[in-house]
Design a protein around this ligand. Sequence first.
Ligand code: ADP
Length: 174
Amino acid sequence: MGTPRVAIYPGSFDPPTNGHLDIVQRAATLFDRVVIGVGTNLAKRTAFTANERIELMREACAKLPNVEVRGFDGLQVEFAREVGATFVIRGIRALSDFEFEFEMANMNRQLAPEVEMVFLMTSPEYLFLSASRVKELAAFGAPVDRYVPPNVAKRLADQAKKGGLRTGATEPSD
Ligand code: ADP
């Protein structure tokens, strides 16, 4: 047995969707250990607090033994080094994701040449699924059970009732 292959999967996960979970499940079969990094200090406003996003992701991944969830605050490559990972996983949907990811990958390579970026293409059913769209639907009371795990659907419904989804609903990038 060689050195364990450890990957991080960083993101805002505001909230986690089935698209994110599809990437996590596939990554869990490719790597010995996957550490999901929930960004705690994001430039964009989030509908859910860092602790809520971590908790939602933990619940959703509870059955995957080689997956753990942590908060992180800083650069992706620093988080990778911190947990002993040499891979960074990102999901790719459409061309719009590509340009941003390409730029980020080049930056990461300069900062940490020993860390390899791994891009997993979204499964077709999640191609048009984004956390923003899900929040928008939930804010208007539409059902979101097809798009998110049950714990997230419940939390979205609670948050929508409190009127707490309107602010996050227009973020374009997730
Ligand atoms: P970030 O703000 O870092 O982009 P997100 O939570 O929006 O964080 O996304 C985290 C990762 O998951 C990114 O690599 C993103 O491209 C990917 N992702 C988001 N939605 C989907 C989806 N529907 N299918 C596959 N990957 C996705």
